[in-house]
Design a binder for this molecule. Structure first.
Ligand code: OFO
Length: 170
């Protein structure tokens, strides 16, 4: 059985994962409108991944006898100054999500809820990958700078990142 405190922080995280999905979806739309098909594909795929993160938490809360709260849909930013700016926002969002997961892990220890602690380890590892991926992509964008040819290749290359994301990671 989940404690009230544990239930509260898990439900907050459910909302955060739902918001993440919306953020990526908005970035997918922006990229598609700018003709960056590869980036759009990456973002659409990631929006689905975030929804899976939300669902995994929902199922866990219910399995532990709590009541998962399905969050409202908040409208994310839908205009970005540049591709670089968009990926900077993405990275800082993932850093924020990692911090939130760490805080929940901390609560699970304080509550002596080792089942939740064990479950949350998956999110801890996932966040390491999410942050690393965002950093890698941003590094590539910084390397490209204003080179249009480089941007074209980048848009193509990012499709292979989508293809390499294994189903277990989603
Ligand atoms: Fe759910 O990991 Fe990104 O936000």
């Amino acid at each position: 059985m989940l404690s009230d405190r544990m239930l509260e922080v898990l439900n907050k995280q459910i909302k955060l994962e739902g918001d993440s999905s919306q953020i990526y979806l908005s970035m997918a739309v922006w990229s598609e409108n700018k003709g960056m098909e590869g980036v759009a594909q990456f973002m659409y795929g990631h929006a689905d991944e975030e929804r899976q993160h939300m669902l995994k938490l929902i199922r866990f809360v219910n399995e532990r006898g709590g009541k998962a709260i399905v969050p409202d849909i908040a409208m994310p930013a839908n205009e970005f100054d540049s591709l670089k700016k968009m990926f900077e926002i993405l990275l800082s969002h993932e850093v924020f999500v990692s911090k939130s997961i760490n805080d929940i892990v901390h609560v699970s220890l304080e509550e002596r809820d080792y089942a939740s602690n064990n479950f949350l380890q998956w999110y801890v590892s996932e966040q390491i990958e999410e942050e690393a991926l965002a950093r890698t992509v941003l590094d590539k964008i910084n390397l490209i700078g204003d080179d249009k040819g480089g941007l074209y290749l980048f848009d193509n290359d990012i499709k292979s990142i989508v293809a390499n994301i294994s189903p277990e990671q989603q």
